[in-house]
Design a binder for this molecule. Structure first.
Ligand code: PGA
Length: 240
């Protein structure tokens, strides 16, 4: 696991975007695994800018997102479909048919299986991840088997509380999501994990301690051969 510590969120965002841009320059038809949440917002901003300035094209890129809330419409402002369009897809030259997210408005179990089948037919070159304060990656909550494939997950209370900030009330935060499983995530050739902010410092400390356990899903990344973790100083703070 390669650890990169940068000064602040701006540097984390530009460094993460730089890694993706370099990947696309090396392989213009790369398959990217993408994440949502607060952490990668700045990375997407940098990617939009790089596209606008003609530095990079997404015309042959395929994307697969990690997860989607169950039971909310793709047009809902808090759906991850909406997030991805707002933060990236609407501003770049990616082909609509090359964009993939779990389709979780109905028939969740069928949709999870269909997404898993799709993932098993592809190979992700570079998977971007955030981390939940409880150590989740995607929505693989503590206790999830490392052999888990894409499934319908009941969100941990901690996750719903953390994500309440995006909704009007806790009651509105969905209880279920479809997520790539840990096994799917681990099949990516390369993984980029972003950790930002003081509120993730305990989480980062636990990850960097190196103990691998189902109780802390992100710890599985110690078993992957090509992981880069970018942390800002606020997230790295407790190491010193
Ligand atoms: P955040 O979410 O970037 O909004 O903190 C990370 C995650 O839950 O994976």
């Amino acid at each position: 696991m390669k650890i990169v510590v940068v000064e602040n969120y701006e540097k984390l965002s530009s460094e993460a975007a730089r890694i993706i841009i370099n990947q696309l320059k090396k392989k213009p038809d790369s398959v990217l695994g993408l994440a949502t949440g607060g952490t990668p917002v700045g990375m997407y901003e940098n990617l939009r800018k790089a596209y606008a300035e003609g530095e990079v094209s997404f015309k042959d890129v395929k994307t697969y997102n990690l997860d989607e809330y169950c039971g909310i419409d793709p047009k809902h402002p808090q759906s991850y479909h909406y997030y991805m369009h707002q933060n990236l897809f609407d501003y770049i030259d990616i082909k609509p048919e090359n964009v993939h997210l779990p389709s979780a408005s109905e028939n969740w179990e069928n949709a999870a299986k269909a997404y898993n089948d799709l993932l098993n037919q592809t190979e992700i070159d570079l998977q971007v991840l955030g981390i939940g304060s409880n150590g989740h990656i995607g929505f693989n909550e503590p206790g999830t088997s490392f052999e888990q494939e894409t499934f319908v997950v009941e969100l941990a209370e901690k996750t719903r509380l953390d994500n309440q900030r995006f909704f009007n009330s806790l009651d509105e935060v969905p209880r279920y999501a479809i997520t790539m499983g840990i096994k799917n995530i681990m099949q990516a050739k390369q993984i980029l994990l972003l950790i930002s902010g003081k509120n993730k410092a305990e989480t980062a400390k636990r990850l960097l301690e190196g103990k691998v356990s189902n109780d802390f899903p992100a710890s599985v990344l110690h078993l992957h051969p090509n992981v880069t973790v970018i942390l800002d100083e606020d997230a790295y703070g407790l190491q010193k």
